[in-house]
Design a protein around this ligand. Structure first.
Ligand SMILES: Cc1cc2nc3c(=O)[nH]c(=O)nc-3n(C[C@H](O)[C@H](O)[C@H](O)COP(=O)(O)OP(=O)(O)OC[C@H]3O[C@@H](n4cnc5c(N)ncnc54)[C@H](O)[C@@H]3O)c2cc1C
Length: 460
């Protein structure tokens, strides 16, 4: 490794190649995956050419390369593998162009999602994907995981908002796809989005800008049970309304948020829905009224309509702070990510409660309910190995229940290492073989993020 480190230092300069244990410690984990792995070296290139040079050098040494954005992954996608070089994109953080006439922005991969959002304030446009991690997560990371977020119910996930990509392939060549794509062209951008750093390293993106809605209406509905809230969700969609966002928090999460921020949730609340509609001003009041009535029909004891921009902001603040606030409930927690058809939401939450009982692991829930995306948060103490094992077993059983209900093992956080073992439950051997062949075509030597996303073939 020391010869490799010397060569990398010659390319990037000493301060952009980290190899001291204290510097590497920061890169041994993602946001919440239980597993930790210390990398051997971390590089911080600041241009596409430097990425090319690093890739060519690593290839000569057969050193695997793990692309890393902000490290907010929740599935272990950016965890190092033995002997690997972690390639952090965070120094490639320039907003290259905001081109309003073409409704497009050009950003380097390490630009944090919120920075682009802030740069667009006042332009009349925004970048629609808004993962709850947007304060930190990078647009390159969002593309690599095909991130969703509260507001992707109506506008779609990251793949629907990327027009073009510049990326470095495993042999060090640079590929530019888009931003102008003919409809009859092979959709390579679509193939690369969500590939979790296994096909290419994304260095630059051309992203679609969406016009800001003329106005919003946001409301908070309180229910006695998650089941009632879940029923309201499917009936709102069945009524032909597609809210901009529809988020669910259960009693456990609400108690943590209330203790931390005092938003004033009724103490008897078993679940809360935060629903937002947006669009042309005409019709918004009617939609809000319809949603209010549907929530009441399905048992909402209270529906509060945000009366001002400040009240709307508070509603979103309580949702965006929810995951962090659960840190008050236990020494450690991990967040699972699955999806079910939204009509099965009450069932999966019920199953989750049974799994919690069975494994004696407390579980609280947030969900992008409109999409059927669930994020059960499993609370435990990582100093107790036996508790860790029970939490992992419970997480796995929840994902198996998602499959049984016609859903999938990842709603938006990706597969990483965490869900690798469940891929063959979801996909047939032929599907997995096709994925392996695509990967091999892009990266025959297998140096880009090995051991992630697609399980290795086992001899039968
Ligand atoms: C509190 C919290 C809330 C979250 N909320 C959401 C949410 O609402 N929706 C959602 O979808 N996710 C959410 N996440 C998960 C996470 O933030 C997303 O997956 C995000 O897109 C990861 O971006 P990142 O820059 O942190 O990437 P990283 O965590 O650094 O990497 C994630 C994966 O992408 C690959 N990668 C990163 N950058 C590149 C690149 N430039 N080229 C190639 N591969 C790359 C890595 O190898 C890895 O496989 C949340 C996480 C947290 C901690």
């Amino acid at each position: 490794m020391s010869a490799l480190v010397s060569e990398l230092r010659a390319i990037l300069g000493r301060r952009n190649v980290l190899s001291a244990p204290s510097e590497l410690a920061v890169y041994d984990c993602d946001a919440l995956t239980v597993e930790r792995r210390r990398p051997d070296v971390v590089v911080l290139p600041d241009s596409t050419q430097q990425v090319v040079d690093v890739v060519r050098t690593c290839r000569r040494y057969d050193a695997p390369i793990i692309a890393r954005g902000a490290g907010t992954s929740l599935a272990g996608g950016c965890l190092p593998t033995p002997g690997s070089v972690v390639l952090s994109l965070t120094r490639m953080n320039r907003i290259v162009d905001i081109d309003l006439r073409n409704r497009m922005a050009v950003v380097e991969a390490g630009v944090a999602n919120l920075r682009l959002a802030q740069a667009l304030v006042g332009t009349g446009f925004h970048f629609a994907p808004d993962p709850s991690s947007q304060g930190a997560s990078t647009i390159g990371g969002n593309a690599a995981t095909n991130a969703g977020g509260p507001h992707t119910l109506k506008d779609g996930v990251t793949v629907n908002h990327v027009l073009g990509l510049e990326c470095v392939l495993a042999d060090g060549s640079v590929l530019q796809l888009g931003p102008v794509v003919r409809p009859d062209q092979l959709d390579l951008v679509g193939l690369l989005i969500g590939s979790e750093g296994t096909l290419a390293i994304v260095t630059k993106l051309w992203v679609r800008l969406t016009p800001d809605p003329q106005n919003y209406r946001a409301l908070r509905a309180t229910f006695a049970t998650v089941e009632d809230a879940g029923n309201a969700v499917s009936h709102i969609i069945a009524a032909g309304i597609i809210p901009a966002a529809m988020e669910l928090m259960d009693q456990g999460v609400l108690s943590a948020v209330e203790a931390a921020y005092h938003f004033g949730f009724p103490p008897e609340a078993g679940a809360v829905l935060v629903v937002e509609v947006d669009g042309p001003e005409v019709g918004l009041d009617r939609q809000q009224q319809q949603i209010t009535e549907l929530c009441q029909r399905f048992g909402a004891s209270e529906v509060l309509q945000a009366a001002s921009a400040h009240e709307r902001e508070l509603l979103w603040k309580c949702r965006k702070m929810a995951v962090g606030a659960t840190g008050r409930l236990s020494p450690s927690y991990t967040i699972q990510d699955g999806v079910v058809p939204r009509t099965r939401l009450p069932e999966i939450i019920r199953r989750t409660a049974e799994i919690s009982q069975k494994h004696q692991i407390r579980i609280v829930n947030v969900a992008h309910a409109g999409d059927g995306n669930i994020h059960p948060i499993l609370l435990f103490d990582e100093r107790d190995r036996e508790q860790v094992d029970r939490a992992l077993a419970a997480g796995r059983e929840i994902l198996e229940a998602c499959i049984a209900l016609g859903g999938s093992i990842t709603a938006e956080h990706g597969v990483g290492v965490e869900k690798l073992g469940l891929m063959d439950r979801l996909f047939a051997p032929a599907d997995l073989d096709a994925m392996r062949q695509v990967r091999e075509a892009f990266d025959p030597a297998g140096i880009l993020n090995p051991g992630k996303l697609i399980p290795a073939k086992t001899e039968s």
